[in-house]
Design a protein around this ligand. Structure first.
Ligand code: ATP
Ligand code: MG
Ligand code: MG
Length: 550
């Protein structure tokens, strides 16, 4: 039943359409360009874009740049890139709240003329004091009953730079006794002599968020202004602004719960510290969950979409587990990624009865579950590399891989029987020896059974590459935050760099962001920062084993 499976926002929209309040669904994503987007923002982007698409409406991309102290053009560019990458297509040009500064000023003047706003000379401390508390009503400002004429003149002076920062503010005249503190004559304009990244020095007064946001939405004809729960008790002010300014078809604010991941850091100030302390390699370090970091780690837009769909849209706060995100990327890549052979921790295997110098090409399906991905040729030679873990001189029970006397299948190639090994003076295995059976060629030999199948790479035709393995940047045993100083408890083993992994020749062609399964080892992507032509560096996106169950 479709009606039942719709989320609560869709139900509200359906109702608004039915009752004739909404002719066209218009949504927007309104980030402040003061940092990089993270996985939580992806939820907001895909939700707003998805609704516009579902209702044949319009999705606006708007920068909420009304606070020039923290905003930068650098972030505008990174945010645009991330939204595009996620597949959310915005209507027309990118919009900026600062593009409406003239209209916001006009709107403030209109409120003054209606007797609904006044210039207040109280200091910031006094304003806080007069505001009251949850249990005590506020106290009216002595400037509250200034005449319209005086307010108009003082507000114009504010605009013309007559006053210093903090000397005067414009306040909405609402209700100092309201049980909702946001309604106790909130500040709507402040003096701030700061350059803006787009309007330069044109303005020395800037609108406050709660005043600016509803105006931005109204100007753009936004029908449903979707935001996160912390704005729920700002909604009466939002409604007051659009009502007093008498907009036709006023927008409607709807709140939903933020996306939180357990044991994952999304807070800007914590990530900034990790970057500054050089614990991570920038904002896009693959251990972080900024969109840029997830992209570099190898996540796909499809996997992120699947993830936010699984999490769903609700009003109740809750955190989800990172393994759920991992589940989504495995699902997405299962049939899309070629399954290749790469040896992460190599030890040499010599097939003693195989001809010296011979190179034999094995035709191998790229993905057994998806024949559309075709086949490739993998060179087989006398000297190979296999995983060190796939050999034991004295195996425990139920170990079915290589040990002296045992026969195993070399994936896609021959059955080989281990004949022994060589060791260095410290007892470390340096070379393993085996013989092969020519009859067993091709990986599908069924003449007799073996219990172990292992992967391999030709030592002479394959190439060494760098591979990076990751764990959570957070030390999960200690918890995210250090109780003493509030910093992050960093997991000292979050990055493992393997400099000498061996990959089959085909993998040297990998382009940045190409994704593969390395059989038995997980899904990997070619790093977009550190790969060079013919010399890829691989990041492990996720291992193959899952702790998450649907
Ligand atoms: P942060 O401080 O983490 O950057 P923010 O709320 O300051 O978050 P904005 O740039 O103001 O970020 O937000 C842009 C939009 O993204 C807002 O509509 C906001 O509600 C939404 N958003 C931010 N964080 C989350 C989250 N964790 N889950 C869902 N939506 C979010
Ligand atoms: Mg932000
Ligand atoms: Mg913010």
């Amino acid at each position: 039943n479709e009606a039942v499976s719709k989320n609560f926002i869709e139900q509200i929209i359906d109702q608004d359409i039915k009752e004739g309040h909404c002719k066209k669904v218009v949504t927007r994503f309104p980030p402040e360009p003061n940092g990089y987007l993270h996985i939580g923002h992806a939820k907001s982007i895909l939700l707003n874009y998805g609704l516009a698409k579902e209702y044949n409406g319009q999705f606006n991309m708007r920068f909420d740049d009304t606070n020039p102290t923290k905003e930068k053009e650098e972030f505008v560019d990174s945010i645009k890139r991330d939204v595009e990458w996620l597949g959310a297509k915005w209507h027309g040009d990118v919009l900026f709240a600062s593009g409406y500064f003239d209209q916001m000023y006009e709107a403030a003047v209109r409120l003054i003329k209606k007797g609904k706003a006044y210039v207040c000379d109280l200091t910031p401390e006094q304003i806080r004091e007069y505001r009251g508390t949850l249990t005590e009503p506020g106290k009216e400002s002595p400037y509250r009953n200034r005449s319209v004429e005086e307010n108009l003149e003082l507000f114009e002076n504010m605009k013309n730079g007559v006053y210093k920062d903090g000397e005067k503010v414009l306040r909405a005249k609402i209700d100092m006794a309201s049980p909702n503190i946001n309604m106790r004559d909130p500040i709507i304009y402040r003096v701030a002599h700061i350059s803006h990244h787009r309007t330069g020095d044109k303005w020395c007064i800037y609108p406050m968020y709660d005043f600016a946001h509803p105006i931005e939405d109204a100007i753009e004809g936004v029908s449903h202004s979707i935001c996160t729960l912390e704005f729920e008790d700002h909604r009466p002010l939002y409604d007051w602004v659009v009502r007093e300014l008498e907009y036709e078809n006023p927008p409607r604010q709807i709140e939903f719960a933020k996306l939180y991941l357990n044991n994952v850091v999304t807070g800007k100030r914590y990530i900034k510290k990790l970057v500054e302390d050089k614990i991570v390699d920038g904002w896009d370090d693959p251990r972080l969950v900024s969109i840029a970091a997830l992209r570099r780690r190898g996540f796909t837009p499809e996997a992120i979409k699947m993830f936010v769909d699984l999490v769903g849209v609700t009003k109740s706060q809750g955190a989800v587990e990172y393994p759920m995100l991992e589940y989504c990327i495995r699902e997405d890549l299962k049939l899309k990624a070629k399954r290749m052979m790469a040896v992460l921790n190599p030890v040499k295997l010599v097939i003693d009865n195989y001809p010296e110098g011979q190179v034999e090409y094995m035709e191998v399906p790229n993905n057994q579950e998806n024949p559309e991905l075709g086949t490739r040729k993998v060179p087989f030679t006398k000297e190979l590399y296999i995983e060190r873990e796939d050999f034991m001189e004295e195996p425990p029970k139920k170990y079915f891989r290589m040990f002296p006397g045992n026969e195993v299948r070399l994936m896609n190639a021959y059955f080989v029987t281990c004949t022994g090994c060589e060791k260095d003076e410290n007892g470390n295995v340096t070379v393993i020896h085996a013989t092969y059976d020519e009859e067993t060629r091709g990986g599908n030999f069924t003449g007799r059974k073996v219990k172990g199948t292992i992967h391999w790479v030709s030592a002479t035709e394959g190439s060494p590459v760098e591979v990076r393995l990751y764990e959570n940047i957070v030390d999960e045993e200690k918890g995210v935050y250090n109780e003493e100083d509030g910093s992050i408890n960093v997991n000292p083993h979050s990055l493992t760099v393997l400099k000498n992994c061996y990959v089959e020749p085909e993998l040297l062609k990998a382009q940045p962001e190409d994704k593969f399964q390395f059989v038995r080892n997980g899904y990997f992507t070619a790093d977009s920062k550190d790969s060079e032509a013919g010399k890829p560096v691989f990041n492990r996106i996720v291992s193959l084993k899952s702790s998450f169950k649907m």
